[in-house]
Design a protein around this ligand. Structure first.
Ligand code: ADP
Ligand code: MG
Length: 254
């Protein structure tokens, strides 16, 4: 079997006295979609942030394609080699946020091109061609020259997905990509995420959208108060949940 793209082992993360992750294990094999579900405050965003080194952790390991990337208690990017590693990890585990986080002063095309050109130092002409291709793919190929504020939330989130894709990452991390959107705009983003799942991309998706999670996931992880309470195939999680807490959570979300 090939090395998992992401492997999280016994991860612990606290903010001061607040223990947010209390020993979490998650594996994302190549080509699999893993959905992370759980109540607000259960540690889902923290987990994603630890996976791509936006956060440090206290104990446990994060492995990227078998390479250990956790910097226990050392703080992030203290050393130049740490910095290079951090860039490599963030490039390869591209993240899409709930609030899109597009740069307001840049056009959509510039947003998508920025990191490949300035961080990865890739050839501008090639990056532009690839940026246009990804914007086309997410259905906003005609919005290259406008600024984010001129787009709907759904279009902005699709631009953010194109931006993540343009890094040519090994995996995509989504943090509640549809929860800031009006219901009618949500579906256009869900469709893009489904297409990416069908392409066999490796993805770790935090979502409140149980229907999407059920449709796209190979594996679903239910996080409760910083621990994996139950995990399994979507049919197990959504049709035959074992844990009382998971049942409670599902009945409250539908
Ligand atoms: P979720 O994404 O599942 O809603 P989070 O990972 O955002 O949960 O948060 C888990 C817990 O950690 C919450 O209690 C939250 O208030 C706390 N938390 C998150 N980020 C920070 C931070 N930077 N500093 C202190 N506490 C934080
Ligand atoms: Mg969150």
């Amino acid at each position: 079997m090939t090395e998992p793209v992401i492997e999280i082992r016994n991860l612990h993360k606290a903010y001061g006295a607040l223990e947010v992750l209390k020993g979490v294990d998650i594996t994302a094999p190549q080509g699999h979609v893993i959905s992370l579900i759980g109540s607000s405050g259960s540690g889902k965003s923290t987990l994603l942030r630890c996976a791509n080194l936006l956060e440090d952790s206290q104990q446990g390991d994060v492995l990227f394609c078998g390479e250990p990337v956790t910097w226990k208690g050392r703080g992030l990017a203290r050393h130049p080699s740490d910095h290079a590693q951090m860039i490599r990890i963030r490039t390869n585990l591209s993240m899409v946020f709930q609030q899109f986080n597009l740069w307001a002063h840049m056009t959509i095309l510039q947003n998508v091109m920025e990191a490949p050109v300035t961080v990865l130092k890739r050839d501008r002409t090639e990056v532009e061609a690839s940026a246009r291709k990804y914007l086309e793919k997410v259905g906003i190929g005609d919005k290259c020259d406008v600024y984010p504020a001129m787009l709907s939330g759904g279009q902005q989130q699709r631009a953010a997905i194109a931006r993540a894709l343009c890094m040519e990452p090994k995996a995509l991390l989504f943090d509640e990509p549809t929860s800031a959107l009006d219901p009618e705009l949500e579906q256009e983003v869900v469709k893009v995420i489904k297409d990416l799942a069908d392409e066999g991309r490796t993805m770790l998706v935090v979502t409140h959208d149980m229907r999407m999670a059920r449709e796209i996931s190979d594996h679903v992880v239910f996080l409760h108060q910083g621990l994996v309470e139950e995990q399994g195939a979507p049919e197990q999680i959504f049709v035959n949940p074992k844990s009382e807490r998971l049942r409670g959570f599902l009945s409250a979300t539908v």
